[in-house]
Design a protein around this ligand. Structure first.
Ligand SMILES: [Zn+2]
Length: 149
């Protein structure tokens, strides 16, 4: 479902960022309810077809796990790390050809205006999210994406 509204405050964007992390956490808990072994898995895939991963232990041993379980572990490790003065506006989860999560790109944008020095020595202002929000140029498209004009 696509949600579409114009952001009025920076908190709305921070809230979207939190929802991504909450979703990832609840997916992990759902997977754990069905597959209690989840806490004992090292999500390094040895055989992508069978879903063979390693089970933690003094000597890790191969174990098969469903794709959703492996992905739940990997997604959980891709939550937002606190980034001072910036807000993530887009979370893009990357998958490999077998459907395993391989990473997530978080697109961080500064909250405040920043200044960059141009080749001629003058400085140009780059509008941050607060300024863009005040101008009505920031729309929340979904829990995964914000559009900044
Ligand atoms: Zn993100």
């Amino acid at each position: 479902m696509v949600v579409l509204w114009v952001a009025r405050t920076l908190d709305e964007l921070k809230e979207r960022q939190r929802r991504f992390d909450d979703t990832v956490e609840s997916k992990y808990n759902e997977a754990k309810a069905k597959y209690p072994e989840i806490d004992n898995i090292i999500p390094i895939v040895l055989d992508p077809v069978r879903g063979t991963v390693l089970k933690k232990g003094s000597k890790p041993t191969p174990i098969e796990a469903p794709l959703e379980v492996i992905n739940a572990i990997r997604l959980r490790s891709l939550k937002h790390a606190p980034t001072a003065g910036c807000t993530c506006v887009k979370c893009e989860v990357k998958y490999d050809a077998y459907g395993y999560v391989v990473g997530a790109l978080h697109y961080w944008v500064p909250d405040e205006d920043t200044f960059v020095e141009l080749p001629d020595g003058t400085k140009a202002r780059v509008e941050g999210l607060k300024t863009k929000i005040a101008q009505g140029k920031v729309r929340i498209l979904s829990d995964y994406e914000v559009k900044v004009e």
